[in-house]
Design a protein around this ligand. Structure first.
Ligand code: TEU
Ligand code: CA
Length: 568
């Protein structure tokens, strides 16, 4: 290497394949950085932190919804798909942000929410003001109720956030909302819905957006006859492409339309599906190059820190990507789950049907129930494991600081509909909701909101955030932030073909070792017994190594090391 490049190396990778092995950093805009001190993160805040993102070394940013919204679901209730929420900024600032990111070689992916709008969207307002049977109502899913006066919902369905999935409007009809009451589901059989989303995708693509994250991609297409099935009947139906509500085969007709639009751009716009489906085979359809092109796999996010389990997940997903021609995606944390530093400090889930960490969060985050240090140690090891894998890695804001989930949010300050729609008795699955991973980031060790902005934050930050602030970790050897920076820098330098080879001699039920092309060896010790590392140049480790009597390096438990081995 000669002189250091001025911009991130990805700036030179303007080819159509930039996304295949990208490290993508998710920004939840209201909680990232607050430029004007009103307690809500905004585009000005993001622009001011572009140098931070460049130094971190990510290839792309995925921006969660920033559209006008009443925030019934953190912005996933969109009032207008082609504007910026005034509390977050303006379209001009959006353009500035795109230019600033592109200026340092960072691509931008925005979130698109096509399953539902908000109830404040002009179309839904028009539907409410229009009579039963009108075309305006046809853009959503309206039905008459059951019972003599239609006073019973059309079906007994429960929303994903608990509570009923149907809400009655003043003239007596009911509308479907798979999520919160404020999120009416679109009727994708209506041609204007298709046209409008094409318009939206073109609008942002023309503004320089490089790609899209598609919310609830498995939900758009529905097949609802006059007589609706009951919840029990729905549950008994196979999710093989014929289910009336989820992961229908014909949803891909929509994505084929979108692909046509994406491919009109140079480089083609990319898309990644959030699709909760039954099998990896079903997920592959979303990742097809004729469709969205990539799909999230949440397998690692749902797994215990366990070598055998991790290896199966990697093997399955690499096999899937070989079939689809897409690249794999890896995720440990996002805006919907308990942060991985916390999850890994809790007792293993061991296959139980409860979201990892949910019970601990629901119990108010008892200190007796968690080993925070071990959790973070494992999280760092897991991240280095992830960053060595072929494919793209989706990182969630704050994980580069080693942040834990914030469990100590008073009930009256919680915002998540997944909390607000549940009672203490039925909070088993999602725990207290998702606010604990959406607390404004700590940038400095002190100040009213730890440098998030001049004012407070829209969710309370705990005192321990000080120790995880950027200010504390920046330049501190061994900090989580410095580990992420170095790992991302090395990843860019070492990244080659999308293949890996397991090192069977080193791997075991507790250890996963694999080699990437060019002699890049990653070794993770999931267990507690130290493991002697093979010869090679040590590039980076997620924790301190020890030395054996003969001088060879020893990898302690819950640690990952990267080595460069000379080409054989
Ligand atoms: O999530 C889709 C989804 O199915 C979630 O309900 C997920 O299972 C849940 O958040 C786990 O607790 C997407 C978004 O990622 C989420 O933030 C939105 O609330 C949801 O869609 C509705 O738009
Ligand atoms: Ca603000």
């Amino acid at each position: 290497m000669t002189a250091a490049p001025l911009t991130s190396p990805s700036a030179t990778r303007s080819d159509a394949d930039w996304w295949r092995q990208a490290a993508v950093y998710q920004i939840y805009p209201r909680s990232f950085a607050d430029g004007n001190g009103d307690g809500i993160g905004d585009l000005a805040g993001i622009i001011s932190r572009v140098p931070y993102l460049a130094e971190l070394g990510v290839d792309a940013v995925w921006l969660s919804p920033f559209y006008p919204s009443a925030l019934a679901d953190g912005g996933y209730d969109v009032d207008d798909y082609r504007d910026v929420d005034p509390t977050i900024g303006t379209l001009e600032e959006f353009d500035e942000m795109v230019a600033a990111l592109h200026g340092v070689g960072i691509k931008l992916i925005v979130d698109v929410v096509p399953n539902h709008s908000s109830d404040r969207h002009v179309w839904f307002q028009e539907a409410l003001a229009s009579p039963k049977g009108s075309d305006a109502r046809e853009r959503y899913i309206f039905r008459d109720g059951r019972g003599e006066q239609g006073e019973e919902p059309p079906a007994d369905w429960t929303s994903i956030f608990s509570g009923p999935a149907w809400t009655r409007v003043p003239d007596g009809q009911w509308y479907l909302h798979s999520f919160a009451t404020e999120q009416p589901d679109f009727n994708w059989r209506h041609p204007e819905v298709h046209e409008d989303f094409l318009h939206t995708l073109r609008f942002w693509s023309d503004r320089g957006v490089d790609g899209f994250r598609i919310d609830v991609a498995h939900g758009l297409s529905k097949d609802l006859g006059e007589v609706l099935p009951s919840t029990a009947e729905l549950r008994a139906m196979p999710k093989d492409g014929t289910h009336p509500l989820w992961d229908r085969d014909d949803v891909h007709e929509i994505y084929a339309e979108w692909r046509e639009l994406f491919d009109q751009y140079e480089p083609p716009r990319i898309a990644v599906a959030e699709a909760w489906v039954e099998t990896p085979e079903r997920r592959a359809r979303y990742a097809s190059p004729e469709g969205l092109g990539q799909a999230f796999n949440f397998d690692l996010m749902e797994a215990d820190f366990d070598a055998v389990h991790f290896r199966d997940i990697v093997t399955d997903n690499l096999a899937q990507s070989a079939v689809t021609g897409s690249s794999t995606t890896w995720v440990f944390s996002n805006h919907d789950g308990v942060r991985h530093a916390t999850r890994y400090g809790l007792p293993p889930r061991a296959g139980r049907a409860v979201k990892q960490g949910a019970e601990w969060v629901a119990a108010g985050g008892p200190e007796g129930g968690i080993d925070r240090e071990l959790g973070l140690r494992r999280a760092r090891a897991a991240t280095m494991f992830e960053l060595a894998l072929p494919g793209s890695a989706y990182l969630y804001q704050g994980e580069e600081l080693g942040l834990h989930e914030v469990a100590e949010i008073p009930d009256e300050e919680r915002q998540d509909p997944a909390f607000l729609r549940t009672t203490a008795a039925d909070r088993g699955f999602d725990g207290l909701g998702r606010d604990g991973c959406r607390v404004p980031l700590p940038w400095t060790r002190s100040g009213s909101s730890f440098g998030f902005g001049e004012g407070g934050g829209h969710l309370p930050q705990p005192a321990w955030f000080a120790d995880f602030s950027v200010e504390v970790e920046d330049g501190t050897a061994g900090s989580t932030l410095e580990m992420y920076r170095e790992a991302l820098r090395l990843r860019t330098e070492l990244q080659g073909e999308e293949t890996l080879e397991w090192d069977e001699a080193l791997s075991s039920d507790d250890v996963l070792a694999f080699e990437r092309p060019g002699g890049w060896l990653s070794v993770t010790n999931f267990g507690a017994e130290p493991v002697t590392l093979p010869a090679g140049e040590l590039l980076l480790a997620s924790g301190e190594l020890a030395a054996a009597a003969d001088g060879s390096a020893v990898l302690p438990g819950a640690t990952t090391a990267w080595l460069r081995q000379s080409a054989a």
